[in-house]
Design a protein around this ligand. Sequence first.
Ligand SMILES: *Cc1c(COP(=O)(O)O)cnc(C)c1O
Length: 389
Amino acid sequence: MNSVVQAPTAATASKFTLFPFLDLQAQFATIRSEVTAAVERVLATQQFILGPDVEQFEREMGERLGCRYAFGCASGSDALVLALMALGIGVGDEVITTPFTFVATAGSIARLGARPVFVDIDPDTYNLNPGQIKPAITLRTKAIIPVHLFGRAALMDEITAIAKTNGLAVIEDAAQAIGTDYHGRFAGNIGDLGCFSFFPSKNLGGAGDGGMVSTNDPKLADRLKLLRLHGSRSKYQYEILGLNSRLDTLQAAVLRVKLRHLDEWTMARRRNAVRYRGLFAQAHLEDLVCLPVDPPGSRHVYNQFVIRTRQRDQLRNYLQRAGIPTEIYYPMPLHLQPAFRYLAYQSGDFPNAESASRSVLALPIFPELTEAQQEAVVTAISDFFSANH
Ligand SMILES: *Cc1c(COP(=O)(O)O)cnc(C)c1O
C-alpha cells in the first residue's frame, strides 16, 4: 500500500478480505471432479482435434441457441474472421461497427483488408446507436457488426431492419452475451451469423482459448465448415482459402461440463446485479453513479456490471487502496488506437464512445461473489463519495 495516499477508513477496511475481480478458482472448486474427469477421458483417447466432444458441444450449443448450425473454432476473434470470410468480405469492402468494444471486433474486419467504419454508441447502453448507422452506409458497405456489450443485447430489431433495407449482412459479436435473450431470441441467433468466445473471462469460459460461429443459413454453414479446416472438404483438396481454426477437443470437453452450469451461473450474475441495485439505492448513490440499464423484453447476462461516474479515475484509485478490484472496459475507444490510426478518425468523432471510455468502471459480478463482498464494494464507493463531497 502506498503510504502517501490516503488510506481507506478503518471501518471499510475491517469489513472484508481481499477478493479477485473474477474468481475462477471459486468456480473451479464447485466443478473440479466433473472437469478433471472430462479432461482425463479425452487424454485417454489421445484424440485432440475435433471428434465427438466438439460435435456434441456444437449440437448442445445449437440446441441452446435455437440455431441450425454452430461451429467451434480457435477463439472469438477467429469466429469474427471466419464469419466475415464466410460472407466473402475483404479488400474494398466496408463494415459498420462500434468503436467502444474489444479490439477483435474491428480488428477482424481490418485483418481481411476491409475497412472498419465506426459509428457512435448510445450513451446509456454503450451499444451501437441504430440512428447513426444509415448515414454511414456507402456503396461499399457489406455488413454491420453489432456487439452485445457487457451482456446486454444491442437494438437488433432496428439494426436488422436497416440491414434488410440496404442489403447488408449482420454479424453479431456475442462474445460477452451467451444466454442474452432479446424479444424471445438468443443473442447470436438474430443476425446472419453469431460469434461467441470461450475466453476464460466470458460467461462460458474454457481452459484456454476457444470460439464458435453460429448460423441458420446452410450455404454460410457449408463455407464455415470448410474455412476452419484450411478450406478443405476432403483430405488434401482445398476448395477455398481457409485457415486452421478449430476448437480443441479438450476445450470442448471442458466446455460441455461448464455449459451444464451456465444457467445457474447466469442467474447468479443477475441476482448479484439486483443486489447491487438494492445496495446502491440504500446508500443513496444513484445520483452519483449511473447503474447499468436492464432493459424490458431482454435479458442482460452481466458479463460485466459497469457503472459510470465523472470521478471514475479517483474512485478507482480509492477502491484499489481499499482492496476492491475493478476494471475499465474500455479505456480508449478503437478509433483513437494507434493500430487504427490509418483510418484517420479524430478525437471528437464519437463523443459518446469517448465519454464512456473516461467514465465507465466495471465492478466484480462473477457468480460466486458473496453478499458480504458486494456490501464491501458499495460501502467503499459510498465512503469515497462522502469523503469527496
Ligand atoms: C472477448 C471478445 C472477443 C474476442 O474473443 P477471444 O476469444 O478473446 O478472441 C471479441 N469481441 C468481444 C466484444 C469480446 O469481448
